[in-house]
Ligand binder design. Sequence first.
Ligand code: HEC
Ligand code: HEC
Length: 376
Amino acid sequence: MNKKDGYVFVWPIGTRIIHWMMVLSFTTAFITSFYEYLLHDHVAFGFIFLIIIIYRIIWGFIGPDYAKFKTFKLKPSQLKHYFVEKIQNRWRKIPAGHNAASSWFTVWALTVGTVIVISGLLLYGIQEGKGLFRFLNDDYSQYMILLGYIHKYASYLFAAWAVIHIAGVMVEQFWHKTNMVFAMITGYKKTDGKDTKVKPYLSFFAYSIILIAIGTYFFIVSSNYNFLTIQKYTNINYKEIKPVFYNECGDCHKIYPPYLLPKKSWTRIMGALDNHFGEELTEANISKSQQSSILEFLVANSAETSKREASVKIMYSLGIRRPKAITKTPYWRETHKHIPLSVYKEKKIKDKSNCIACHKDFDQGNLDDMNILYQR
Ligand code: HEC
Ligand code: HEC
């Protein structure tokens, strides 16, 4: 006997909560991905999404019948039949579980979702030098750009997929009048079939996942660094490791970490100190031996020698060019193009070359996204 006449109880409360958590975590992760300085929040939402993807895959094997992959209608003929019937018969009966379209939808969403979370975790390690896979930054930094594309386009695909899904549900709601929207709210579908019953241990599993996902979110946002978000790179004390560089090159402006320009750029800069951005630096300011010692240090720590995101991307963006300023690299221009020119005129910033005004601890080589002070 069904609890509600004419309706079947299809989606238990745990499933509904998880469905909406997936919606929310994807949407928020998607939006925050457009802001570099929100990376930490992006990762926190991403972890909710990750836990839910894993859960949903397991649920497809052990969950109640309506959720099981075994009951999915994945034959092409079933999909064709679904659409033919949809067009020909506005008042057709809908199945209690997944129809052919939503079966395909779920399998696809889980596949693309898996690609998103795996590429995301790897990217966090390889590109940012953060999280569980930060050790991969050493050997695989050359893949960060490719991985970035995979992560980005997989999420676009997922977003497009979600739009199609919503459109499909709307057609059900307003054309076929199957009250589909409410199925994921109340759990009941207007059709025939057996009410779903969830075994207590499965309910326990679902609720645990919900708690773990929410717990992980708060665990991440409540501190800058924990084992899921720890960074491989720490501040560099240039003052101690290369005093001459720190003192002489940090006199007029804060020092620029050597890993932000290629060797050839540093050679050019050091070879033209007599006309250094309008300043004349002579041997009276920095002696010849100091100059060569500084150049040696800059070259030994140049962008070519570094696996950091900024170094790899600056090199990639430069091609064969070797400009004399970081602000002249295409990568710098690209990452700062959203900042209105008027911002640089503000009193505490003054100049676009005043990196430390917006990047905390910049003179210690720290370019962590969490240290970006200026926010749009
Ligand atoms: C006499 C003052 C002075 C000293 C000393 C000095 N600089 Fe500069 N530097 C400037 C000025 C002025 C600019 C233009 C940008 C600005 O207004 O801050 C500049 C810009 C730069 C830039 C380009 C920043 C950008 O926009 O991407 C680099 C790189 C740089 N300096 C490196 C060095 C190095 C290396 C040394 C040490 C050998 C050094 N500077 C010492 C005055 C100085
Ligand atoms: C007005 C503030 C401001 C100034 C000045 C500024 N930045 Fe940035 N920078 C930002 C913001 C904001 C972002 C993040 C952009 C985004 O959200 O996509 C950023 C991003 C970056 C990134 C990319 C993030 C990453 O992890 O690689 C690099 C590299 C960077 N800045 C270097 C510099 C350097 C070098 C200078 C000085 C020559 C500088 N910035 C000056 C605000 C500033």
